[in-house]
Write a protein that binds this ligand. Structure first.
Ligand SMILES: Cc1ncc(COP(=O)(O)O)c(C=O)c1O
Length: 363
């Protein structure tokens, strides 16, 4: 039973079907195969643009969410006036924080703003002198939805550009309008691959890959038509199903959260969270023990983010939320998906109860 939709959403059947029809050619070639590839790429760009209520010139396809985030932050920062500050927050994704650290090392003024015990950003960090902010749509580890619309308004008041890292969340909630840059991750949408960056017309960014003129000069290299088709198809499906799926997910995650609480877990994340998230921490248990035991019992879960659960380091998000080291090492994230059923949730609750009774605790 797959309860790690936030780690990677299963590839949507509509995506699998669309991928079967992707032409082989290079979109820059003039022959019929090349023209077919160009047509498929253009159609994908138009579909993604339509969902974002944007124009085709505002869509740049990338290989991943990480690449889109880096292109947005590094690309925009290089065009900022000298001394303009780049602002992001302590609980943002590693791709955002690493890009910010890179800019700091290169001599840019960078501020990492504070976040609260739910990983929600402190908007008071947006002050005159800030030239670019990067804010997540939602926190990928605990699901807290960030006040993006207000951040956009405040940032624009001080003349700052806004990058919204929308890699986590657009499957479940709308992306507020008005951002200058928006990054997307294909595997979080049910595309299985690819990424994309919305760049508002008039916003200048420096490319991070140098070579040919592809993708409006933002990203050199032969376009990955299959990845473009996959992400455009996935976001279109999500756009149509978001409301209905979110309502079902909210009920399922509430049931899972109540089980986690019954098992003495301390729930994490704000009340305003992505509807499919059930997260908790168990100070006397280890996340990897719980994950392995759940895996053996047929439940795929996660302990914090997938990147963090690949290592035994505590998650920076949980630590910045004020959790102790033991609590941060004992976290569990269950995220339902579009095809999760009530029966599966009921079964998962029984498995959780049985598995947690068996996994070791430490005082
Ligand atoms: C909030 C957030 N930003 C960026 C990324 C990076 O996306 P990708 O895994 O496609 O590189 C992720 C993926 O986990 C994410 O959750």
């Amino acid at each position: 039973m797959y309860l790690d939709d936030a780690g990677a959403a299963p590839v949507l059947p509509q995506v699998a079907e669309a991928l079967g029809r992707v032409p082989d050619g290079n979109p820059s070639s003039l022959h019929a195969e090349g023209r077919a590839a160009r047509a498929a790429l253009d159609a994908a760009r138009d579909r993604l643009a339509a969902v974002l209520k944007a124009s085709r010139t505002e869509i740049t396809f990338t290989a991943s969410g990480t690449e889109a985030v880096n292109l947005a932050i590094l690309g925009a920062a290089h065009r900022l006036p000298a001394h303009a500050t780049i602002l992001t927050w302590a609980a943002e994704h590693q791709s955002v924080l690493a890009a910010a650290r890179h800019l700091h090392a290169a001599g840019h003024a960078v501020t990492i703003g504070p976040t609260d015990h739910n990983a929600a950003v402190d908007l008071d960090a947006i002050k005159p002198g800030v030239g670019l902010i990067s804010i997540g749509l939602a926190n990928n580890e605990v699901g807290t939805i960030q006040p993006v619309a207000e951040a956009i308004e405040r940032a624009h008041q001080v003349g700052a550009l806004v990058h919204v890292d929308a890699c986590a969340g657009p499957r479940w909630i709308d992306i507020p309008k008005g951002a200058d840059l928006v990054s997307l991750s294909g595997h979080k949408l049910g595309a299985g691959q690819g990424g994309a960056l919305y760049v508002r017309d008039g916003v200048r960014i420096d490319p991070q890959l140098h070579g040919g003129p592809q993708e409006w000069g933002h990203r050199a290299g032969r376009e990955d038509v299959a990845a473009a088709v996959a992400i455009a198809t996935a976001i279109t499906v999500c756009d149509g199903q978001r409301a209905a799926r979110s309502a079902a997910a909210a009920t399922q995650s509430a049931d899972l959260r109540s089980t986690l609480e019954d098992l003495d877990g301390r729930l994490t994340g704000g009340a305003d969270r992505l509807p499919n998230y059930a997260t908790a921490t168990f100070a006397t248990r280890r996340g990897e023990d719980m994950l392995l035991a759940l895996d053996l019992a047929g439940v795929a879960a996660s302990s914090g983010s997938a990147c963090a659960s690949g290592s035994l380091d505590p998650s920076h998000v949980l630590l910045t939320m004020g959790l102790s080291l033991d609590e941060a090492l004992g976290s569990l994230r269950l995220t339902t998906g579009y095809t999760t059923t009530e029966a599966e949730v009921t079964h998962a609750r029984a498995i959780l109860t049985a598995v947690l009774a068996r996994t070791p605790t430490h005082a």
